[in-house]
Write a protein that binds this ligand. Sequence first.
Ligand code: ZN
Length: 581
Amino acid sequence: MTKLRAVPRSTSEDLRARVHFCAETGQIWLHEHRMLLVHAEAQATLRKELIDTLGMDRAKGLLTRMGYASGVRDAELARTRAEDSTDLEAFMTGPQLHTLEGIVRVTPIQIELNRHAGTFYAEILWEHSWEGQWHRHHYGIHSEPVCWTQIGYACGYTSAFMGRTILYKEVECTGMGHNNCRIIGKPAEEWDDAAEQMRFFNSESIADQLIDLQTQVVQLRSSIGDRDQSPEQVAGVSPGFRAAHELLQRAAESHITVLLTGETGVGKEVFARSLHDMGARSGKPFIAVNCAAIPAELVESELFGVEKGAYTGALVSRPGRFERADGGTLFLDEIGDLPLSAQAKLLRVLQEGEIERLGDQKTRKVNVRLVAATNVGLQQMVKEGRFRSDLYYRLNAYQIVIPPLRERKQDIPVLAKHFLAKYCAIHGKKLRGFTDKAKRALLGHPWPGNIRELQNTVERGVILAPSGTRIEVGHLFLSSSEVQTQEFVLDSAGGLDINRWETGKDLREAVFNGTLTLDEVEAMLLEAAVDNARGNLSSAARMLGLTRAQIAYRLKRLQEARDSAGNLPPAAFDEMHPGAH
Ligand SMILES: [Zn+2]
């Protein structure tokens, strides 16, 4: 055992000689490591920012690990010197380097070590501690030791040198108001609080924590959605909507994987949730994941879960979304954004009904109904090799196309009515519906953002319109360019006024852009003719170049259609004065 009470300084000259300033390359070398000459004050500012951004505890961990890494590097140099000197002389390399690097003046008070036996004890004096001084400058006297980087260095250096974990603690620290810092080092198992000290050597992944928080937000949102859910949200009267909804209802009874396609904002998640609610799994979790919102490198651990130690930063095992959705429904939105490797794993889950967490050997059975959605052409992605064809065919087995809002204009009144009621309740407003001009604008708008855009527009109207009034066009659309100025109006009863189509051009436009259907045009012509003929069907038929039987048949069919469909879209607006009567 080597025991030391005096300090050998002779070897520090030798170390100084190992520092090379290379003017040609602009590099500084110490032994084989590139070094930096940085301003202590700039470094202290970085340290302060770390503390202010991450908090004292997290910054302490980060700085301790940074010091630890430096210590380990310097131990390499010490070990090369150990070959032709005693253990103690070789060990002194670290304290000398720490001094040479300008961090702190290191003076051993007592060192006892035996590398072979693995015994270690050190008591060391630290003078002019860089870290202690700056911490005190920025934060005043602290209740605990503050030389975190330096302690990290001592631990890293000595552990690497000894080949076993050695922990140091400051028993005095300038940051606490002492004149100097004083540290004690011994093997980890000789400290009572080793676990507490070593906590700071484990890096923690902030990304993991963010993902956990995001998951919580999604789950909270889902539960809010549960309460918020009312049948009108998936309601509609248009043929396009009805067709899609019928497919949805049929799928709800089975466990088949469903692919929902449609433009952004058409309500794919609402459809998915509705599918879940209609089926036998309604009492189980509904988990929604937007594949485009998760970074590619995290998506697999998110979906399939991860076992502790699977990768750097995976400190704890946690289940993925598949496991969380067990028994229920997993909704994968924007599935086209899933990386190819994750696609392969997803396909396996669909085929085998079991998942394997990242870094795990065993498989776990999961019973999950998958609903996927996309707003991009998956088939094209398959052609381009960006989406697996086998997965595509598996998903595409039951596809439901949700039409864009511009192709289901008849649903606008229904949806606008729903959103009006919803946002009146949320914002505590009593409104008497929409003005005629506002109704016209809602029907005429092309809605590139689909239902989501309609929802936002109505909410804006609810917020801007004074209580007790009707929402005006100016409350809905910010600029006049957003408003489709079409020359047709609703009459006082909410019906379309045929007399406005003087040239026929506007009528044609209204049909082309979906504001009117051909059936509606025919209905208007029939009714106008009957009105002009004062109810005389024969004379009305002549005006239209039809026989009396033909016009009678068409009127009868019109009446039937109205009875079954309930109403034509503009008329539907008349019923939309929630809480206003
Ligand atoms: Zn200190």
